[in-house]
Design a binder for this molecule. Sequence first.
Ligand code: TYD
Length: 145
Amino acid sequence: MSDGARHIERTFVMLKPDALERSLMGEILGRFERKGLKLVRLELRRVTKELAATHYAHLVDKPFYPELEAYITRGPVVACVWEGIDAIRVVRNLVGATDSILAAAGTIRGDFGVDKTENLVHASDSPESAAVEIRNFFNESTSTL
Ligand code: TYD
């Protein structure tokens, strides 16, 4: 039975400060490369408090937000866009569950993450959020590559 049409998608991925602090950038980007995804945009940058509040707008009222803000702004991140068949689902599967303690072995968070906050990677959860997040971080279309 078919599970629906498959589409070429683009998804936004951010390697969070702990990924760079722990020298896991090559390991994490390599997993996306080896899966066959195409890299269409990549930039080393800092997340300001303003960008954090935009990106995590759905979480700003949560009790853990101050901890999340301190974490995401404490050092450089790698913002990138990956393209491929069903890329949003494929990347979320590679990344694993939000809480690294519960994330399956073999996923990035399951293999390397510490807990719910220090979970190394952000990945878009829908085509709508991918479009918004790519715009928030790159402020332009990525359609040229
Ligand atoms: P969320 O969008 O729910 O998860 P995901 O990153 O898997 O899409 O949450 C965003 C980030 O917020 C999450 O990666 C880590 C942080 N977070 C906490 O620090 N504590 C929490 O209890 C939750 C739910 C999230």
